[in-house]
Design a binder for this molecule. Structure first.
Ligand code: NAD
Length: 442
């Protein structure tokens, strides 16, 4: 049994703490936000993530997982400290490191025995060295320590499965011994372990996220071309995805990527490159396509319903992806703002994100279920591919709406089927059938 401390109980930190404790380690998780820690002590999760509450409860009861706001308590007797604090986007697109800096200072001031400091947050290349400098400069007593980069690749909504069955574990350090000790912690996950230097490990994370974002912008560009040429992007994706060089994942056309990672990480990587005098044109284009995709959704909705003034738009789905309540940089926020600017009245329903969304979207009325949402709507707009939206009672929805119009920003329905149900339907890149009630008509 190892003793581990995890700093930050957000999406990454809490999952890391819960999963490492479930592997039999003694884990103490720390956050500076008292309500989160108090809530966790009473079994209340600060985030929605499938299976997380059960895992936390189980390991708390087993005495392997506890929570604190005290750095002194968290670090005492610990051999490994994971930093999992936020690294949000700064004003110019750079990663804002002030939470990492604060955590590093606190660790330095409270460490009394040798420590391996492991950075799980996504941080710019060179941050590991900078963290080492901060710790060295703030120690109360000279205690040996080592910095290891261990970027996290989990996805919200499937975070526990992703953490426990990762495709790989990446470790970067200047000390092979420290990297080896952290590798031992991860052996139970039975994934390939890539050990490299600090900067390369940090870069692997940015390069991975930028690649996935590129795949999404690529398929969105193909979708827009499909629409003009009468091809169906959903089938194009299937046809492409069977090629193992391409792969099936991240080939779903839609209103673009969002969330707390892709937008900020692509921007931060472009910022790092530009700072060094490079012109990262592919990254710029990936971001431009993604922004346009949100605007294009509004253009298409206007084509469906005409002048938006006074029109009632029902948004189905608000979180940036299904199975999470995360609203950070969700396309729904931008699309709602653009529609409201044109005079539309927005209502919304989301299975778990409405509480958070209502603070970010004060002029959007939250509805208790999809059918109440549909009542009197001029158009339903699907923005998150929640499973529960796939099997909605279509005739009931159609009859409740003022006009049976659906804009499917996640391509969860089939155009022909929707037309059969009497909807005027438009997906993203589904060919000439767009904006008609009759596929043959165009
Ligand atoms: P988050 O905002 O959900 O959680 C961060 C937590 O850190 C918060 O609870 C905050 O209160 C706490 N915190 C901030 N400063 C602190 C301090 N000085 N001491 C202790 N706690 C502090 O963030 P997240 O989504 O978990 O992301 C964390 C990092 O992991 C980011 O760098 C992110 O890019 C990266 N990441 C996130 C995901 C994801 O899907 N969310 C996936 C992979 C990597």
């Amino acid at each position: 049994m190892k003793q581990i401390c995890v700093i930050g109980v957000g999406y990454v930190g809490l999952v890391t703490a819960a999963c490492f404790s479930d592997l039999g380690n003694r884990v103490i998780a720390l956050d500076v936000v008292e309500e989160k820690i108090e809530g966790l002590k009473q079994g209340k999760m600060p985030i929605y993530e499938p299976g997380l509450k059960e895992l936390v409860d189980h390991n708390v009861q087993a005495g392997r997982l506890s929570f604190t706001t005290s750095y002194a308590e968290a670090i005492e007797g610990t051999e490994f400290v994971f930093i999992a604090v936020g690294t949000p986007m700064g004003g110019d697109g750079e990663a804002d490191l002030h939470y990492v800096e604060a955590a590093a200072c606190e660790i330095a001031q409270h460490m009394t025995a040798p420590l391996i400091i492991i950075n799980k947050s996504t941080v710019p290349v060179g941050t590991g060295d900078w963290v080492a400098d901060i710790v060295r400069g703030n120690q109360k007593q000279p205690v040996p320590f080592w910095v290891v980069s261990c970027p996290e690749f989990l996805r919200e909504g499937s975070a526990i499965g992703d953490f426990t069955q990762p495709h790989r574990t990446v470790l970067g350090s200047l000390s092979p011994e420290a990297a080896e000790k952290v590798a031992q912690l991860h052996l139970a996950l039975r994934a390939p372990i890539v050990i490299t230097d600090l900067r390369t490990a940090e870069m692997i994370k940015y390069a991975s996220n930028a690649f996935l974002a590129t795949k999404i912008s690529f398929i969105n560009e193909i979708a827009n071309i499909c629409e003009c040429l009468g091809a169906d992007v959903k089938e194009v994706s299937i046809g492409m995805g069977y090629d193992s060089r391409i792969g099936k994942q991240f080939l779903d056309a839609g209103v673009g990527y969002g969330g707390s990672c892709f937008p900020k990480d692509v921007k931060a990587l472009a910022y790092m490159a530009a700072e060094k005098g490079l012109h990262p044109q592919l990254l710029y284009t990936v971001m431009e396509i993604n922004d346009d995709q949100r605007k294009m959704a509004v253009t298409h909705i206007k084509q469906l319903v005409g002048d938006l003034k006074g029109k009632v738009v029902g948004m189905l789905g608000l979180s940036f992806k299904p199975n999470t309540d995360d609203m950070r940089d969700a396309p729904s926020i931008t699309i709602a703002q653009l529609l409201q600017a044109e005079g539309a009245v927005i209502r919304a329903y989301d299975p778990v994100a409405m509480e958070i969304a209502s603070t970010l979207m004060p002029n959007v009325e939250m509805m208790p279920d999809p059918y109440t949402l549909a009542q009197g709507c001029d158009v339903l707009v699907i923005l998150t591919e929640w499973n529960e939206f796939k099997q909605l009672d279509k005739p009931r929805l159609r009859d409740l709406m003022r006009s049976p119009v659906v804009y499917d920003g996640r391509n969860i329905y089939e155009p022909d089927e929707m037309v059969k149900y009497g909807f005027i339907y438009r997906g993203v890149g589904r060919g000439f059938s767009e904006i008609t009630t009759d596929r043959e008509a165009v």
